[in-house]
Design a binder for this molecule. Structure first.
Ligand code: 2U9
Length: 348
């Protein structure tokens, strides 16, 4: 038995000396010290020995075990050292190479334009009002003096929402995606007595898709209601906005127009901020660029929200944010704003 133990130790020593990797060391450990290993087999045979012999063999077995564990640890350390030496001798790491650039995101030009427009009106004392994008026909059209047969109410122009898709609390009357942010002003007037001074930035939806129209776009609309508000104040407010947004040199002009919710109504042009009015690509050689719609709130709208139309007057205006962002950045294709090419958008 003693000879067996000594032979076992010698063979393990030789195997460890020639072990080329950690797997080989582990194989030696299992073959000797494992449950089914040789040392365990020898120890199991000790039952047949006399007490004296058992003590003597037990002592040797313990020494062999200690020795083996030491040898295994030494072999492991030797292999780890060799691995490190090989790594150090291998191809070096160039710590002077520049690091990988972090790609930072950038604000979308439409978001930036919307925030800039909002900031200008906040400085003039307006506050921001918001409302739902899924809206009742009543707030989007009816309360805004759209006649029942107005073409904008046609399914061709407006996304209708199936009321059944809204679940248990399906409202009375048609539901749609708001086609302008005007219903927010209607809700604001229903909730607050005059004076009212709000702007309503947000997404709007129209069943329209071609080179110059997307089914979703952004608007900023404004509403100011008080006793004795005049068209002159509307002109002064939008003139100040135009100079803040396009630069102090621009002039504005108001052309007669029509909207169901304002009377009188106007379209607002600014002198071309690129050529100063001389004529160029951006203003199509007219010297003027259309940027806004506006007007005095129609008495029927005040009637709808319960404002006494002999006690208050008000002005309202609206603008398309994508259009202003395109003008500002000299983009001539609307799709540039929706393709989400991060390299293009970050360069604006
Ligand atoms: C209420 C009363 C009146 C909002 C207005 C416009 C004129 C207008 C267009 C600009 C470009 C829409 O995005 S666009 O196509 N808007 O011309 N909007 S007056 O008038 C209101 C709003 C709410 C209660």
């Amino acid at each position: 038995m003693k000879e067996k133990l000594t032979a076992l130790l010698e063979r393990a020593r030789a195997d460890l000396a020639s072990a080329a990797d950690e797997k080989a060391v582990e194989a030696v450990r299992l073959s000797v010290l494992g449950k089914k290993g040789e040392l365990s087999a020898v120890l199991r045979g000790m039952g047949a020995l006399s007490p004296d012999e058992r003590r003597a063999v037990g002592e040797i077995a313990n020494r062999v075990k200690d020795e083996l564990e030491q040898q295994l640890a030494a072999a492991g350390a030797r292999l780890a050292e060799a691995k490190l030496a090989a790594e150090l001798a291998g191809p070096g790491l160039d710590v002077t190479l520049p690091g990988r650039r972090q790609v930072l995101g950038s604000r979308h030009p439409v978001s930036r334009t919307l925030e800039e427009i909002t900031a200008i009106f906040l400085r003039m004392g307006f506050t921001v009002a918001q409302g739902p994008e899924i809206e009742l026909d009543y707030y989007n059209f009816e309360a805004l003096n759209f006649p029942p047969d107005h073409p904008a109410r046609d399914m061709q122009d407006t996304f209708l929402v199936d009321p059944a898709s809204l679940g248990a609390q399906a409202p009375a009357g048609p539901v749609l995606l708001r086609t302008h942010t005007s219903p927010v002003q209607v809700r604001t007037m229903l909730a607050h007595k005059p004076p009212v001074r709000v702007i309503c930035p947000g997404k709007v939806y129209r069943c329209d898709s071609d080179l110059t129209h997307t089914p979703m776009f952004h608007q900023v609309e404004g509403l100011l209601v008080d006793a004795h508000v005049t068209f002159g104040e509307l002109k002064g407010t939008l003139d100040a906005f135009a100079r803040a947004f396009f630069g102090g040199a621009v002039k504005t002009r108001f052309r007669p127009s029509f909207f169901p919710f304002t009377e009188p109504s106007a379209e607002v042009d600014v002198t071309c901020f690129l050529c100063g009015g001389a004529g160029c690509r951006v203003c199509k050689n007219t010297g003027w660029i259309e940027v806004l719609g506006a007007g005095m709130v129609h008495p029927n709208v005040f009637e709808s929200v319960g404002y006494a139309h002999d006690a208050v007057t008000g002005f309202a205006f609206g603008m398309g944010v994508e259009r202003l962002a395109m003008l500002r950045h000299g983009i001539d294709d609307l799709r540039n704003l929706f393709d989400n090419d991060a390299r293009f958008l970050a360069r604006l």
